[in-house]
Design a protein around this ligand. Structure first.
Ligand code: ADP
Length: 397
């Protein structure tokens, strides 16, 4: 295997997702997931070429998972691992770009943790585990929020008294930055445009969903805010609700803040609306059978997405293209078609044949010749993290 092998790690509180990325190759040579960590049912599943494997590691933690995985990773890259790239959700206002890991960087991630109490401590666990296993290897952190640090103040401030911003860092941060950055660059290349002189609307639609306005390679606005709760209807997240809802639920249903958090983050969105599933495939199949709630869930999802894209357009001087990405964006002609049907005013016109064709990880133009371009561009956050990590390797040489 040629050099430039980067292991990309993405940790949750009880999980560790990994992929060995070589930017010269399209497929990951090995990738997998350790889940239910710190429980008797901890296990690792991984794919190496066309082989699928699994291993139980009862009560194993992040470090145990990594220690089990590493021999396979090293075997695949013949001992030539060049670095590790870690995904970290929240970089606050401090991190505007990827960083090489140093003790100062780790302290800063820890300091920001109250902004992402579930995610940042989990990422730190993964980083500490990787540092223990490979103390001398280049390790880099790439933040979901960093790309959005170019948002102007009129886009990132909430209409709250200033002291909450100044004293408590309450402002809009945005997430999915690695994906929006990656797909905007890929799409500019695909359409032969210079990323430094181009303007995009981007819709990342996975379990979490967000839109972004990208101008000359910089994020000018995005739909997620202080937390990934703001904005679109998502798999299980409500997205925007009336802020008056919180007080109303407390007063009328006696709900606690934890119950409200759980309601809005885990029981709402597509799952809540349909009463069936958070999975768009299941909802599309149910809609085909005439399931009323699944049908309305998809309609709400698409209408709210269109409204968000329309509002993002305010940030741009012109629109060179609308990008669909993420599991739903890359695979659902239905969602793409329903969403674009609300955006005729912006000059978007779908080519339904092309829309049906570009699924399953294909990049393609799905609009008619007269339309503002609409493009399906598969995201690849692992690849972007590997590319970011490699830049530090090149710096070193
Ligand atoms: P995550 O945010 O967890 O990375 P993904 O980007 O994989 O999620 O997206 C998951 C979503 O993509 C799910 O709602 C899933 O139903 C949807 N999806 C995947 N394939 C299809 C498909 N063929 N048609 C419609 N939706 C799809």
């Amino acid at each position: 295997m040629s050099p430039n092998n980067i292991l990309v790690i993405n940790c949750g509180s009880s999980s560790l997702k990994f992929a060995l990325v070589n930017p010269n190759q399209n497929e990951f040579a090995i990738s997998g997931l350790a889940e239910r960590l710190n429980s008797p049912h901890a296990m690792i599943t991984w794919k190496q070429g066309s082989d699928k494997n699994s291993l139980l590691i009862p009560d194993g933690d992040h470090k145990d998972a990594l220690s089990q995985i590493m021999p396979y990773v090293q075997e695949v890259c013949q001992g030539n691992l060049d670095g590790i790239g870690h995904r970290v959700v929240h970089g606050g206002t401090h991190f505007t770009a990827p960083h090489k890991i140093t003790p100062d960087v780790l302290s800063e991630i820890e300091r920001i943790s109250p902004l992402a109490p579930l995610h940042n401590p989990a990422a730190l666990q993964g980083i500490h585990a990787a540092l223990e296993v490979y103390p001398d290897l280049l390790q880099v952190v790439v933040f979901d929020t960093a790309f959005h640090q170019t948002m102007p103040e009129h886009a990132f401030r909430y209409c709250l008294p200033e002291k909450y911003y100044v004293e408590n860092n309450i402002r809009r941060y945005g997430f999915h930055g690695t994906s929006h950055r990656y797909v905007s660059r890929q799409t500019a290349k695909f359409l032969n445009l210079d990323i430094g002189d181009s303007h995009w609307l981007s819709a990342h639609l996975g379990n979490g969903c967000s839109t972004c306005a990208i101008s000359n390679g910089q994020s000018l606005d995005t739909s997620m805010g202080l937390t990934p709760q703001e904005g679109l209807c998502m798999g299980t997240r409500s997205g925007d609700v009336d802020p008056g809802l919180f007080g109303h639920l407390i007063r009328t249903l006696n709900m606690t803040s934890n119950e409200i958090d759980d309601l809005l983050a885990k029981q709402s969105g597509l799952l809540g609306l349909s009463g069936l599933s958070n999975d768009m495939r299941t909802l599309e199949a149910a809609r085909e059978r005439g399931h009323k709630e699944a049908t309305i869930a998809i309609e709400v999802f698409c209408y709210r997405l269109a409204k968000s894209l329309a509002s993002m357009a305010c940030a741009l001087p012109r629109i060179d293209g609308l990008i669909f990405t993420g599991g739903i964006g890359e695979n659902s002609p239905l969602v793409r078609g329903r969403t674009v049907s609300w955006l005729k005013l912006f000059g978007f016109d779908m080519d339904s044949e092309a829309n049906a064709k570009f699924v399953g990880g294909k990049t393609g133009l799905i609009s008619t010749a007269n339309s503002t371009p609409i493009i399906v561009t598969p995201t690849n956050e692992e690849r972007q993290i590997a590319l970011d990590t490699l830049l530090f390797l090149e710096d070193k040489q």
